[in-house]
Design a protein around this ligand. Structure first.
Ligand code: NAI
Length: 319
């Protein structure tokens, strides 16, 4: 039996993201209770987690220092929310992205938790001010938004409610670092958080370039996967500026006028309308037909690549 870290973690909702969180917390030695409204989902989750951990071990990508059996033994299912939260230090909500459903869950949790446990939502885009409005334990609440697949993409955006206690963010930050994730703090909430705002900015300009006939959809994707993206796997856009000149001030001196000139030519928000959707869809389907088998095979290939990349990133310690 593995010796677990003090305090347990509760996962509410044992779908795709709930399972990933369970694996990550178990890899860090935490006892995990998986709760779901559907008993079958819990059964499936426990089964899938065991299989996934075994495959990860075979691929040399199992996280943490515990064996598969030790990690599996830390995760158990629980069909009572009340029982699940007893003695928990962290509760990670992972139910579908529906504001009313999530509000209902947090109201339920609010009525049964103590004054210490952290209440955290995996929401991709619901604002903390909406999710946690009028909860008694609002100081203990925040969004911890993972990126799919969380096992290989370590970023987690921590987004506070205006009334979230700084200690709640600090504790969650420390906890996520302990399980090998890379938490970042948003100092205040904003629609789309940081990751999706950046992603939408890229999608927006990608769409315009294709729509305006500047570049084909396939070549557009190469600009990112063979160009910007390879660099961005290791350094962000701001450090890129710093390194691409003699430091940031020098970069701005040299390139700010050019950047502003180009930025002024960015058009309005694309409509993502029919003709361009068809054009892009055709190109994407030539590469990856949009039936479930081809899409799943390509996702699995993507996850394999991300697995290898995460190994490489672990080897490449920052200088
Ligand atoms: P999912 O649909 O795979 O899983 C949701 C689970 O919640 C299901 O097992 C369902 O039975 C359970 N559930 C539904 N109502 C419940 C209730 N009242 N009490 C307890 N469990 C309940 O959803 P997924 O993809 O795991 O998403 C969960 C959250 O994570 C969403 O907020 C989503 O926006 C967020 N997220 C999802 C990402 C993704 O790529 N799928 C990436 C980052 C965040």
């Amino acid at each position: 039996m593995a010796s677990s870290a003090p305090g347990g973690v509760v996962i509410v909702g044992s779908g795709l993201i709930g399972r990933s969180w369970a694996m990550l917390f178990a890899s860090g030695g935490f006892k995990v209770k998986l709760y779901d409204i559907e008993q079958q989902q819990i059964t499936n989750a426990l089964e899938t987690i065991r299989k996934d951990l075994k495959s990860l071990e075979e691929a040399g990508s199992l996280k943490g220092s515990l064996s598969v059996e030790e990690q599996v033994s830390l995760i158990s299912g629980c069909s009572s929310l009340q029982e699940a939260v007893e003695g928990a230090v962290h509760i990670q909500e992972c139910v579908p992205e529906n504001l009313e459903l999530k509000k209902k869950i947090f109201a339920q949790l609010d009525s049964i938790v103590d004054d210490k446990v952290v209440l955290s939502s995996s929401s991709s885009c619901l604002l903390p001010s909406k999710l946690f409005a009028s909860l008694v334990h609002v100081r203990q609440c925040l969004v911890a938004h993972p990126v799919n697949p969380p096992y290989f993409v370590p970023l987690v955006e921590l987004v506070p409610h205006p009334e979230t206690a700084p200690a709640t963010v600090d504790r969650t930050h420390a906890l996520l670092q302990k399980i090998g994730q890379c938490p970042v703090r948003l100092l205040k909430e904003v629609d789309g958080f940081a990751l999706n705002r950046l992603q939408y900015a890229v999608i927006s300009e990608a769409w315009r370039l294709v729509e305006d006939g500047v570049v084909s959809p396939t070549d557009l994707d190469l600009v990112m996967s063979e160009g910007l993206g390879t660099r961005y796997a290791f350094i962000g856009p701001l450090e890129t500026m710093h390194l691409n000149a003699e430091g940031m001030s020098n970069y701005c001196d040299r390139y700010s006028e050019g950047m502003k000139r180009v930025l002024k030519t960015f058009g309005p928000i694309p409509e993502f309308s029919r003709d361009t959707v068809e054009k892009v869809n055709q190109a994407m389907c030539t590469k990856v037909p949009d039936d479930p088998e081809h899409l799943e095979a390509r996702r699995q290939w993507r996850d394999k690549c991300l697995m290898q990349l995460s190994k490489l990133k672990r080897q490449m310690q920052p200088q």
